[in-house]
Ligand binder design. Structure first.
Ligand code: PLP
Length: 390
């Protein structure tokens, strides 16, 4: 009997132990026992699937991976200690000296650091294309040595939406691996594999956990690519802790309902603030005013939980806005039950030049709101009173 991914995210579970537990148990063990020397030899020779050591595999970690594969429609996966180790592992396992990585200039800050500062140490080159590039521009950016396309959509924090169907077509035509960071949408709102992605990476720290508790990451996708990533990670050690895997696996049981509410609250906030006199412009993927709304509606079920707006007063008004908030948290995370406000120009993106920030729509007065699960009117009222004082 085939079931919906949402059901699998709730019902996939490690085999019940002799204790007959209902909720999934935690497997806090670094290694696993063998009945005899022969079984241990066979496990090391890859002749059996028996667990050996938690740097390689762990039942609770596998449960989290299996749920993510069900949600993303993927063949296989590997879970990592953070989103960045998932991103880095997907690069290092599949790229080699002389290869070229094509990405978009609107990507997560640490991902940019990995691509621009560390990959060149290994002889891996890169180039960036703008988020609104059309098919001809993507085609033109592919080089003979291009091995992978890496992108995020919607982007953090500018909320640009990239056309997965079009880029998937380009990747396929040139036999390039398409690797998509699906952190902002989550698989409940967008499944990049259905549009031709070969790999999907996640920071599980964000919406997948959803309560700001643990760091985690995961890579899912084509079996033969995941095999290479598994071999790289098993030897280099960025594996997800079994405790964090347990937290994340339980979180996936509520991801569907959480993302529906996050998205509905975010749409309400976006619609309520769009015309506010102190806001110069506002972005949300499902608003008619978003430049890529048609693409967003084609590839996403809901617009997700992040809303961005530009305060007319610039840098200082961005800082004042944060100081005037009474309920919203001022913190670096996103994807929490609690609404969070951040000011990229003075924090996460302060090290970029003004020109680099402009390229990716990070204006001095840009505020990013990660819309939580509080009552939508309480979230709105706090933002309104802070705007009032601005
Ligand atoms: C946070 C984030 C990451 C990195 O994840 P960590 O779990 O913090 O390592 C990668 N991509 C995006 C889009 C993110 O928001």
């Amino acid at each position: 009997m085939s079931q919906h991914p949402q059901t699998n995210a709730i019902r996939i579970q490690t085999e019940r132990t002799n204790e007959m537990e209902h909720s999934t148990p935690m497997f806090l063990t670094s290694s696993f026992c063998f009945d005899n020397a022969e079984d241990m030899r066979a496990a090391f020779a890859d002749e059996s699937d028996d667990n050996i050591y938690s740097r390689f595999s762990n039942p609770g970690v596998q449960e989290f991976i299996d749920k993510m594969c069900a949600l993303e429609g993927a063949e296989a996966g590997f879970a990592t200690a953070s989103g960045m180790s998932a991103v880095f592992g997907s690069f290092m396992a599949l790229l080699k000296q002389g290869d070229h990585l094509l990405s978009c200039n609107a990507i997560f800050g640490s991902t940019h650091t990995v691509i621009a500062k560390y990959l060149p140490k290994f002889g891996i080159s890169h180039s960036y294309i703008s988020a609104d590039a059309n098919e001809a521009a993507w085609e033109a950016a592919i080089r003979p040595e291009t091995k992978m396309i890496y992108l995020e959509t919607p982007t953090n924090p500018g909320l640009d939406v990239l056309d997965l169907d079009m880029i998937g077509r380009v990747a396929k035509k040139h036999s390039v691996i398409l690797n998509v960071d699906n952190c902002f949408a989550t698989p409940l709102n967008q499944q990049p594999i259905a549009f031709g992605a070969d790999l999907v990476v996640h920071s599980a720290t964000k919406w997948l956990d959803g309560q700001g508790r643990v760091l985690g990451g995961v890579i899912v996708g084509k079996k033969e690519l995941i095999k290479e990533i598994y071999l790289f990670c098993r030897s280099t050690g960025p594996s997800l802790s079994p405790f964090n895997a347990w937290v994340l696996s339980k979180s996936l049981e509520t991801l569907d309902v959480r993302m529906e509410r996050h998205s509905a609250n975010a749409l309400f906030i976006a619609e309520s603030l769009e015309k506010h006199p102190k806001i110069a412009s506002l972005r949300y993927p499902f608003l008619a005013s978003h430049p890529q709304v048609a693409i967003a509606k084609k590839q996403m079920k809901n617009g997700g939980g992040v809303v961005c707006f530009d305060l007319a007063g610039g840098l200082e008004s961005g800082r004042r806005f944060l100081n005037n908030l009474q309920m919203l948290s001022v913190t670096a995370n996103l994807g929490d039950t609690r609404s969070i406000a951040s000011h990229p120009a003075s924090t996460t993106h302060a090290k970029l030049t003004e020109e680099e920030r402009q390229l990716v729509n990070i204006t001095p007065g840009l505020i990013r709101i990660s819309v939580g699960l509080e009552h939508k009117e309480d979230i709105l009222n706090d933002i309104l009173q802070a705007l009032e004082k601005n």
